[in-house]
Design a protein around this ligand. Structure first.
Ligand code: NOJ
Length: 747
């Protein structure tokens, strides 16, 4: 009875999807169930396994290429899904094989890594997160889906929601940064964006939350490395964004490469069954990461691929990406009685359900419309958003006076600008990692953007050096250009391949000879503005001391140059705030704002407290940090009560005043600290934020509400609950600068 009730309430929850009533949804699901079961009953074991198989289609400079054996596999029903195949004409050709020439005519899924755009590229996800603008972030995913779905795709391997606290890991650039609360909100926004209101809408994509789970916590920041942590940390820090995406309706989940608690995630029944299916009620499809079943042999978890296949299926993996393990061994495993055909059926049902929800059985060509592809590729809407979101992703790290004057925004008196650096007139690197089909020919470089924006000034461009290697031959020209200019803009950082997958780095300074170039340019005595373009927080202590103005632009996508020019000239006042701390040096990693207090918190006067002898404890630039061309003052922090009960809400208000001379946006952040818990609590935890626009001189009253629900955590026995006791509330424009108040939660 109890479990029946539970099932009914799960169903009710699941079916409260915008626009569709419960009864309607149940009806749709019954129809789907009937359809899918009937199809399943006609399938041979081999055909079923074909639906659990996903292969890549290559894409060459000369055009698309599909491995001849995959083509045959599609024809014989041994491969039911492809990824990396895109464009309407190519996907039509492939879909045709599946639906016109196979026995059961089951359409193919077409997956692709549409991470931050398809052809029109938006900022890399870590940069975009710095906008703290959930609506715009959702819009990015919405538009990326629109452009990609118009090119024949129906599934994206995104959002990537791995919490990342180690910038040595190159993939920090694909996620939202270090914080689980913000990470959860962004994960849900991106999921909603990709999927829209209905998967069957030919302008949406099925989302795939990845990499499940805790892939971002690899030891030493080495990609694919071992992950080990307490279950509490897993649940408290790493799982919330995946859960948020699942709650937002993500249709699929990707299992990660790493091991956790000693078992590879792809073979982890704890993750894939206990957490994902049982606790979170996930009904969708689980796909592996690229060959991650095969890799269970290397992990030392499986004696051979056959055993790996058995373990993955039993753990809860429905689809094998690229490894061919299911294709090669599942029939045999069934024959040997090691797995049951009903286990295979469950997986196949999930694949067919997804195809059904995407509308592919109604019309397998629904995503394949030439006119739509033309209309939606690089459309005005796409290009406009690419500029909008790129402007909002830029973070002003420093803007100190030089010879008595601030350099940014650029003064009209600056007539001669030297624009220097390997990223200054560069297209491809502006697209960042995972730029899908991003077309560099549409990229606006900084040089181009700046030329348009300051047409009266003279711009002398020279590259200076590359982002890699030892070549200093361009230094002399660069120094000459700088010496002859009123101001120097240096576009330096990482190229697109220096972050992302398999791009871990142990030394996080500027790669190649760029630091040397920077020092030589600063030595000319000219004012310098650095455009820092990297996929990750870099270690830049020298720059932070010697360069008066630094903009963290990261890799901003197609309209990078326009967005940067708008910020340089002050047409757009920067408003981004970091979502991942910049370490003082590599030895400080991991450094994040929500650390624990320890038994000996830092006391500069006491040697025997928790600190370094050689660097401060604080990061160079903290989570939530970011400047504006104006300034903001926080005052009058008020709490509606000194005490609240478990059922009450607390209202927190603060006055924020724009005290500068320009209109600007501010991200007002609210943190709490639970002073005493049955387990220790971080010194700060983000619990809310609001982004507001304030005219110069304007004051706005900002209101937050907190309830016991916001104060929950995994207590000593791992129940998720709030504990009575005292709390500190902190509100400010970064995780360091805050006004403070306090209240008590009582039973
Ligand atoms: C491997 C990456 O880890 C994953 O993020 C990506 O989606 C797949 N390859 C497919 O390209």
């Amino acid at each position: 009875m109890k479990s029946k009730l539970l099932r009914i309430s799960v169903l009710i929850l699941l079916y409260v999807i915008p626009g569709i009533s419960c009864t309607k949804r149940v009806e749709i699901d019954r129809t789907r169930e009937k359809f899918v079961n009937s199809l399943l009953s006609k399938m041979t074991l081999e055909e079923k396994i074909g639906q659990m198989t996903l292969y890549t289609s290559g894409w060459d400079v000369t055009g698309p290429v599909l491995n001849a054996s995959y083509r045959k596999d599609i024809l014989t029903g041994r491969c039911g899904n492809l990824f990396n195949a895109h464009t309407v004409s190519y996907n039509r050709e492939l879909q045709k094989i599946a639906v016109e020439n196979t026995r059961l005519k089951i359409p193919l899924l077409f997956g692709y890594d549409v991470i931050h755009g398809y052809k029109t590229i938006f900022p890399v996800p870590l940069a975009e997160a710095c906008s703290w603008d959930l609506e715009l972030i959702e819009k990015s995913a919405r538009l990326a889906a629109k452009e990609a779905a118009s090119a024949g795709l129906n599934w994206t391997f995104a959002p990537m929601v791995d919490i990342a606290r180690d910038p040595r890991w190159g993939r920090v650039t694909e996620g939202a940064g270090e914080d689980p609360y913000l990470g959860g909100l962004i994960a849900a926004a991106r999921t909603r964006g990709f999927q829209g209101d209905s998967l069957s809408d030919p302008l949406t994509l099925a989302a795939c939350v990845k990499h499940f789970a805790a892939y971002g916590a690899a030891e030493g920041g080495r990609d694919y490395g071992t992950v080990d942590m307490s279950e509490r940390t897993l649940r408290e820090v790493y799982l919330p964004p995946y859960h948020a995406a699942v709650k937002a309706g993500a249709a699929t989940v990707m299992s990660s490469f790493n091991e956790l608690f000693g078992s590879p995630a792809t073979g982890s029944r704890f993750l894939l069954y206990q957490v994902l299916r049982k606790e979170w009620g996930f009904h969708g499809l689980v796909v592996t990461d690229y060959t991650s079943i095969n890799e269970m042999v290397n992990h030392g978890y499986s004696m051979d691929e056959k055993q790996a296949g058995e373990q993955a299926l039993t753990a809860g993996v429905d689809m094998d990406m690229q490894g061919g393990v299911y294709q090669n061994y599942l029939v045999q495993l069934v024959k040997e009685g090691k797995i049951t055909e009903s286990l295979i059926d469950q997986a196949v049902i999930r694949v067919l359900n997804l195809k059904y929800d995407l509308g592919l059985f109604d019309d397998p060509y629904r995503y394949l419309d030439d006119q739509r592809e033309k209309d939606n590729t690089f459309s005005i809407e796409m290009m406009a958003h690419s500029l909008d979101i790129a402007q909002k992703s830029i973070v002003l790290l420093r803007n100190e006076p030089f010879n008595g004057a601030r350099q940014l925004p650029l003064s009209p008196a600056v007539r001669r600008i030297a624009l220097i650096g390997p990223l200054a007139d560069n297209r491809i690197d502006m697209l960042g990692t995972w730029h899908a089909a991003g077309d560099e020919t549409h990229v606006v470089t900084v040089l181009e953007g700046l030329k348009k924006a300051v047409s009266e000034s003279q711009i002398i461009y020279t590259k200076g050096c590359e982002t890699f290697g030892e070549d200093r031959a361009g230094f002399a020209n660069a120094i000459r250009a700088a010496s002859n200019a009123d101001l120097v803009i240096l576009a330096i950082g990482e190229n697109y391949g220096q972050s992302g997958e398999a791009a871990s780095r142990s030394i996080l300074g500027l790669p190649g000879v760029q630091q040397e170039l920077l020092e030589k340019i600063v030595a000319t005595g000219k004012p310098v503005v650095v455009l820092l373009m990297a996929g990750r927080p870099l270690v830049i202590p020298w720059m932070a001391q010697h360069v008066p103005a630094i903009l963290n632009t990261s890799h901003l996508g197609t309209r990078a140059g326009d967005a940067i020019a708008d910020v340089l000239t002050g047409k757009y006042n920067p408003s981004g705030k970091l979502t991942m701390s910049f370490p003082q040096n590599e030895g400080q990693i991991p450094v994040y704002y929500s650390m624990k207090n320890t038994g000996r918190p830092l006391d500069p006067a006491n040697k025997y407290t928790s600190k370094y002898l050689d660097i401060p404890n604080e990061p160079l630039y903290e989570f939530g940090y970011g400047l504006s061309y104006t300034s903001f003052k926080y005052s009058d922090l008020k709490l509606s009560s000194k005490q609240i009960s478990m059922a009450d809400t607390l209202t927190v208000t603060v006055e924020v005043t724009n005290t500068g001379f320009a209109a600007g946006e501010e991200v007002v952040q609210l943190y709490i600290r639970d002073l005493v818990g049955s387990v220790t609590r971080p010194v700060k935890e983000l619990k809310g934020f609001k982004k507001l626009m304030l005219q110069d001189g304007e004051t706005l009253s900002v209101k937050f509400t907190l309830s016991a629900g916001d104060l929950r955590f995994y207590t000593a026995d791992l129940t998720y609950a709030a504990e009575p006791g005292k709390f500190r509330v902190m509100v400010g424009g970064s995780s360091v600068k805050c006004l403070e108040g306090g209240f008590e939660l009582v039973k």
